[in-house]
Write a protein that binds this ligand. Structure first.
Ligand code: ARG
Length: 254
């Protein structure tokens, strides 16, 4: 009998630990009490987030500023590589992750997402005059990607050889310097970074369609719910479309 009780207790303690001991995302109350929302980002992803004179600017920054205003808190941005954004939010090191993050099933097992606010796509970027004209031509070729992105996982799943870089600019540079045959990256970022003028072109064939959302750690369910309400309002009243326009982009509701 004693043994059974000991066993039951041990199982109960383990169960408690699994549900209660892990890192927990901030609740709406936590954030309002702290007076700030700590947001992790990788600011190498124009027009969503990039650095301008040391300041993080972009579409997502503007949206997040308005969300914070509605929450009645300050926005505090923490900069890091994209891969660290994803790892950090899962560990609840930050309140929120903002990085043009694609919602996918694998990530949904490890973190919470707001409703998608935009549908993006992966595109193939090549040097002008390249023989590569579409996905089919990537067989046997090497593409550069940013570490931890859906470009990395998607190309890997498709059996395409990838060279991964922590910084998006380095993934692009790998193509301009001829280390790789193509660069796979999200469409609007590709458009902005190709405009920098290094003799690169974007192919018409899109590899994927992927929704963007803001990510949170498990435990932040009520905060996500509140932000979904605010986000919906900002989309429905045209604010998000106006922000996209400020960056020269046309907004299409997902
Ligand atoms: N949408 C892609 C993903 O979620 C790429 C995002 C890269 N973001 C960035 N800020 N560098 O994997």
């Amino acid at each position: 009998m004693k043994k059974i009780i000991a066993l039951v207790l041990a199982v109960m303690m383990m169960a408690l630990c699994f549900t209660g001991c892990g890192p927990k995302g901030a609740t709406l109350k936590d954030v309002q009490k702290a007076g700030k929302l700590v947001v992790a980002t990788s600011p190498d992803f124009p027009p969503f987030e990039s650095l301008e004179g040391g300041k993080v600017v972009g579409i997502e920054v503007d949206i997040m500023e308005l969300i914070c205003k509605e929450l009645g808190v300050e926005l505090e941005i923490v900069q890091m590589d994209f891969d660290s954004v994803l790892v950090g939010i899962q560990a609840a090191k930050y309140d929120c992750a903002m990085s043009g993050i694609t919602v996918d099933e694998k990530r949904q097992k490890n973190m919470l997402f707001t409703d998608p606010y935009y549908n993006a796509a992966q595109v193939i970027v090549v040097k002008e005059g390249s023989a590569i004209q579409g996905k089919a031509d990537l067989t046997g070729k090497t593409v550069s990607v940013q570490t931890g992105t859906t470009a990395e996982s998607g190309c890997g799943d498709a059996g395409i050889a990838v060279m991964a870089f922590n910084a998006n600019a380095d993934a692009k540079a790998a193509l301009t310097t001829g280390k790789v045959d193509a660069w796979v990256v999200d469409n609007l970022t590709a458009m902005q970074m190709v405009e920098e003028g290094d003799g690169l072109v974007i192919l018409d064939e899109k590899l994927t369609e992927e929704p963007y959302a803001f990510a949170f750690a498990f435990g932040s369910e009520d905060l996500v719910e509140k932000i979904n309400e605010i986000q919906k309002k900002l989309i429905d009243n045209g604010t998000v479309a106006a922000i996209f326009e400020n960056y020269g982009e046309t907004y299409v509701k997902p």
